[in-house]
Ligand binder design. Structure first.
Ligand SMILES: Cc1ncc(COP(=O)(O)O)c(C=O)c1O
Length: 446
């Protein structure tokens, strides 16, 4: 089943004529390089965006369940963020990395006060992958050890250094060369498909048996992990983190927590590490940290790590003042407009609404705040993964219904639902109604 992607005639809210819009789409295809684009429905060339809605050049509105790839947590073009960035544009833009700006100082102070006591200073760079590379450098410089343990199914970026700690073979092969052998995986907590066949009530974190032996066998500097794995929305039970944290402390591993996607309110707390009371030595972040203006990332560390950090790179645009001002405005907006509370409430609403569909293809619904995933299965009892053809058709059909989503997960069968934290129950109802229609239509036609 294929849906027509563009409206035949432009809607009245398009800032472009139909011809201009077509030309823009064609020029995108001609001039913009974009690997791994889904063959149908994408890319959407966005003309404007507000709140949870983006509008393409043809005037078609989409409910953005990706928050601009998990960046615009306070919604697209929030007036407070726009105002802060505009004011900063008239003040100072970019200075040498040897110096500072008022905006970057204020953001660093705000972040350090929000993070656990174990964290003292922030180092700014330009993207999540880069922030994680700096975290690896810091951990190696601080410990004098080379190896890094990370979780199965982990995603920490696609640059050559961050690929070393990203699990997916598809991504790792994109390096075009063998990756180093200083990193290794330990089990993640995919409880819906527990490899030990345990149910949550009877689980004694058996998946972590054997981890100590693995760690002991290698000179390991750090354990790198997201508190909740964004790919597939996998939130470990508290006992899993308690045990893993104890193991890594026993063997003197630094803990690097990647909050690139889970941070800034996404999971219903400012940082997802708060769900587990983790006190890492290093925390990374990015995405919404720039408030959606330019790109900004952070590698924050405790004083012992900071003392041994001798850098090795100066990202020219790290800590850009406009991004920092916008990022700070986003944090204040999350707090003042109680958007983190809204993330918690809407995550629960989404969970109930998705289960209420009672659709035979919905195997699991996992929301922590608005970090959400709906896992699609062909059979609820056997948990067989829904076929690739059906998943592609569902994605296309949702797109045609005006829903921007991404699909992820170890088996590529999880609808990823991560809207701006401003989303309302009425907007969730609109999405769930579309999902009901699409699942039924694809079941009958593919
Ligand atoms: C958990 C996590 N870490 C790191 C990254 C890499 O960030 P970037 O794409 O800004 O390099 C991402 C991006 O999706 C991410 O989700």
């Amino acid at each position: 089943m294929r849906y027509k992607l563009r409206p035949v005639s432009p809607a009245s809210n398009s800032p472009f004529s139909a011809e201009e819009a077509d030309e823009l789409v064609n020029k995108d295809e001609q001039y913009v390089m974009r690997p791994w684009t889904h063959p149908a429905g994408e890319p959407v060339i966005v003309a404007r965006a507000k709140g949870c809605v983006v509008t393409d050049v043809h005037g078609k509105d989409y409910l953005d369940l990706t928050a601009g790839y998990f960046v615009n947590n306070a919604g697209h073009c929030h007036p407070r963020i726009v105002e802060a960035a505009t004011e900063q544009l008239h003040t100072v833009l970019q200075v040498s990395g040897k110096h500072g700006t008022v905006a970057a100082v204020r953001l660093a102070e705000r972040l350090i006060k929000l993070l656990p006591r174990s964290i003292d200073q922030a180092f700014f760079s330009t993207g999540g992958s880069e922030a994680n590379e700096f975290a690896l450098k810091m951990a190696r410089q601080a410990t004098g050890k080379k190896d890094i343990a990370y979780l199965e199914n982990a995603y920490h970026g696609l640059t050559l250094g961050s690929l070393e700690v990203t699990a997916s073979e598809k991504y790792r092969e994109s390096a075009g060369k063998p990756l180093g052998n200083e990193t290794y995986t330990i089990p993640n907590a995919y409880c819906y498909r527990c490899p030990k066949g345990k149910r949550p009530e009877s689980c004694a974190t058996e998946c972590l048996d054997g981890v100590e032996e693995k760690i002991k066998a290698r000179p390991t500097a750090a354990l790198l992990a997201e508190p909740i794995q964004s790919v597939g929305g996998l939130a470990p039970p508290e006992k899993w983190w308690v045990r893993l944290d104890a193991i890594r402390k026993k063997h003197d591993l630094l803990l690097i927590i990647d909050e690139v996607q889970t941070g800034l309110g996404r999971t219903g707390t400012m940082f997802a590490l708060e769900h587990y009371g983790l006190e890492p030595e290093i925390v990374t972040g990015g995405k919404g940290l720039s408030g959606g203006v330019g790109s900004l990332a952070m590698t924050c560390a405790g004083k012992d790590v900071v003392a041994k950090f001798f850098g090795g790179t100066t990202p020219t645009s790290g800590g850009n003042a406009v991004s920092a001002a916008a990022g700070l405005a986003m944090i204040e907006t999350l707090v003042d407009e109680r958007l983190i509370e809204n993330a918690r409430a809407m995550g629960e609403y989404f969970t109930q609404a998705a289960w209420a569909l009672q659709d035979p293809w919905i195997g699991d619904v996992r929301f922590t705040g608005l970090l959400g995933g709906v896992e699609l299965v062909a059979n609820r009892d056997t948990k067989d993964v829904l076929g690739k053809k059906q998943i592609a058709a569902i994605k296309d059909a949702l797109h045609a219904e005006g829903m921007l989503i991404t699909v992820s997960g170890l088996y590529g069968n999880v609808l990823r639902l991560q809207p701006p934290l401003t989303i309302t129950s009425a907007q969730i109802d609109t999405f769930v109604a579309a999902l009901r229609k699409v699942l039924a239509a694809v079941r009958h036609s593919v």
